[in-house]
Design a protein around this ligand. Sequence first.
Ligand code: R1P
Ligand code: URA
Length: 236
Amino acid sequence: MSIHLNAAPGQIAETVLLPGDPLRAQHIAQTFFENPVQHNNVRGMLGFTGSYKGQRVSVQGTGMGIGSSMIYVSELITDYGCKNLIRVGTAGSYQENVHVRDIVLAQAASTDSNINRIRFGEKTFTPIADFGLLLRAYQIAQERGFTTHVGNIMSSDTFYHDDFDQYKIWADYGVLAVEMEAAGLYTLAAKHGVRALTILTISDHLVTHEVTTSEERQQTFDQMIELALDAALGLE
Ligand SMILES: O=P(O)(O)O[C@H]1O[C@H](CO)[C@@H](O)[C@H]1O
Ligand SMILES: O=c1cc[nH]c(=O)[nH]1
C-alpha cells in the first residue's frame, strides 16, 4: 500500500499503461487484459492488473495534469517497483500536418510547468522518452500503417489559456501537440532510471478546430493501446 494506491505489494506489474481517465483504465483492462483484477480504488482512480499475450501488465489512471499524475508515477516506481511506464492519452494538435486521429510518439516534452524549476532552478532539464521503447513503438506503428509523428510535445499545466493563440510560440518551434502529463512522467523516469514513453492520439486540433467524435476517439484510442501493449512485450 502507498498513500494513493491500495494495491497489495507485488500486485502491480512492472509494465504499466497510464491513461489520464480512470474509466479508460477500466476499458483497457476489460478489452485487452486476460483475467483483469482491480488493484486500486482509492479516490476512484481505478487501476487493474492482468496479462496480455502471456505477459503481466497493469493499467493505472493518473488523473489530469502533471501534479496528479506525478503522485501515481512516484508511488508506482518507489512503492511498487514499476519499470516500464507508458502513458496513453489524448492531445490537441499544434501543426496543420498532424491530423485528428494521428498518433504522436513524444520523443521529448516541453512544459510551462514549474516542476523542473523547483529541481534545477534557472537551468533547463529536457524530459525525454526511453529510446528503446520509442523505437519499438515507432516500428510497430509503421508495420500497422498508422499515421505516426515523432517529436517534441507540450505538457501544459493549463487546459484553458486566457490567450488561445499562446500555443503559436510552441508551434513555431516545431512542437507537435499539447497534453498535460508527459514532462512529469519523463522527469521521474530519468530520476529513477526506469523506462517511459508517451503515446498520444490527436483528439482535437488547435489550428483547424476539428474534433473527433466519441466513437472515433474510441477506435483510434484502441489502436494506440494495442501499440503500447505490443511495444512493451518482452521487456524486463
Ligand atoms: O486523455 P488523457 O490521458 O486524460 O490526456 C489529456 O486529456 C486531458 C485533458 O482533457 C489531460 O489529461 C490531457 O493530457
Ligand atoms: O491537454 C489537451 C488534451 C487534448 N486536447 C487539448 O487541446 N489539450
